[in-house]
Design a protein around this ligand. Structure first.
Ligand code: FES
Length: 104
């Protein structure tokens, strides 16, 4: 069943231009905070499965901490010249807490 689930509290959420890693309902998520908005994507880099939530923001991309592939925080697409993508999730903030929408 598709539903909104709470990913983290306001206190746990990454500060602006930072990222964090979270797990909710068995789904590993990288949460990026960019320009005052939250963007959620699958946490595992499509290259060699490093944790994107341990990476950093560079413009509108999350940069993988292992070999620095850059992934668009909105679309989940790996930036050229590399290829690949990670799933993305809609986000919503309620009382400062961050929720993501999990599709069934
Ligand atoms: S594991 Fe992410 S760039 Fe290599």
């Amino acid at each position: 069943m598709s539903k909104w689930v709470k990913l983290c509290t306001a206190a746990e959420a990454p500060l602006d231009e930072q990222v964090g890693e979270f797990t909710v309902e068995g789904v590993d998520v990288c949460l990026a905070h960019h320009d005052g908005e939250y963007f959620a994507m699958g946490n595992w880099c499509p290259h060699k499965k490093a944790s994107l939530g341990l990476g950093w923001m560079e413009g509108e991309t999350v940069v993988c901490p292992k070999h620095a592939w850059a992934i668009d925080c909105e679309t989940g697409k790996v930036q050229k010249p590399e290829k690949g993508c990670v799933p993305t999730y809609r986000t919503q903030v309620r009382n400062g807490d961050v929720y993501i929408y999990l599709e069934a």
